[in-house]
Design a binder for this molecule. Sequence first.
Ligand code: UD1
Length: 444
Amino acid sequence: MSDTDDAVLEITGGTKLSGHVSVSGAKNSALVVMAGTLLCSQPCRLRNIPHLMDIERMGEVLLALGVKLKRDGDALDVNASSIAHTKAPYDVVSRLRASFFVIGPLLARMGVARVPLPGGCAIGARPVELHVRGLQAMGADVHIEHGTVHAYVPGSGKRLKGARIYLDYPSVGATETLMMAATLADGETVIENAAQEPEVVDLANFCRAMGARIRGAGTNTITIAGVPRLHTTDYGIIPDRIEAGTFLVAGAITRSEISLSPVLPEHLTAVIAKLHDMGGQVVVDGPSRVRYVPGSVIHPVDIQTGPFPGFPTDMQAQFMALMALCDGNSLITETVFENRLRHVAELNRMGADIRLNGNCAVIKGVPQLSAAPVLATDLRASAALVLAALAAQGTTTIQGLQHLDRGYDDLEGKLRRLGANIRRQVGDSAIAAAPLTESLLNSR
Ligand code: UD1
């Protein structure tokens, strides 16, 4: 049982928000960059690491492999000079899909890796065959036995070989696994139909800061010239575009003006375009600062999720909450994950009028949502319920906070500072995410 299983959030809606939000470092970058530190036998310092349960779990995976970690505020010192084990522990991998990312760097550096299959998750089956096929193309022998992926590099040199790899789908995780693996390979690797997400670019920049030779990250073709070893670096993670997008929607749904920094607007092009179409304005106040200015009406829009630069699946649930209050009908088509519309039932319990048809949701705008007890089903669904509750009449109680704490750094604190009426009611055994992160990462 998670420490937050018995906690609930109580939100009394209808309050206008105002003020400024400091956006944390990007969860998805931080997770993969932490895995990427396994590539380097010298200590590295990572900055702008958010305080999240997922980060703590990735820390547990690294600790289990023999890596030393020291948390210092938003910084994390990682010393992977000696890797004692090449098998990732099942109990952690099963709770954090991103921990599968260690397979690429472990294999590249040690010539061997054993990582349990991450299994399904709330939003879909999420297989890993693209990761596996790419590693095989680079010369790895990979087989799956008793639920664990066993991978090793045959031959005496234990070094992967550069290869030309075409991904059937621009998977973020597969692109990241293969890019990391290729940094230490013998020869050149080309990943075609690569994911172009900002987190892929961040990982490439981190690897380059350690001496990797990578071109084309952020386009659909990434070329990596392998080098024998990487060196120490001090690297700052990009701001979290999904956290920023969530707060922009908080502004929109409460018809409030709020400002955010640091934000890289080019990471939010699709989100900003849709907010404009819905009648709000996102004003860029500086190179890393934006401000949401509400319009008088929320107009309906249609959204189809897709790989970057398409509309992010990680913002779909939050937009659905906003569309629930539109002046007309909206349509959402989810193309990335097959089971990512489970928040529909909970939003309907709050008075929304949403019908599901396969991977499409038809949202008929209603004038008002009403508070209800609701259950968060996954990370972004939790955020959607928080947003809906901010606008709803009455006090909403949200259960299932373990999802929220996985991916939002102090969401309720940040909302409270904007004036939201939000509080966490904690059971006897519950502990806030941030202090736990500090204590665990420094304990071993
Ligand atoms: C990452 C993000 C997640 C985001 C997603 C899409 C992290 C930790 N998580 O997840 O927040 O929602 O990108 O932007 O960075 N697929 C296969 N075979 C594979 C790999 C993927 O079929 O080998 C499928 C998945 O099942 C899914 C789709 O491809 O339907 C997209 O997955 P992918 O881009 O790999 O997402 P993740 O890396 O898991």
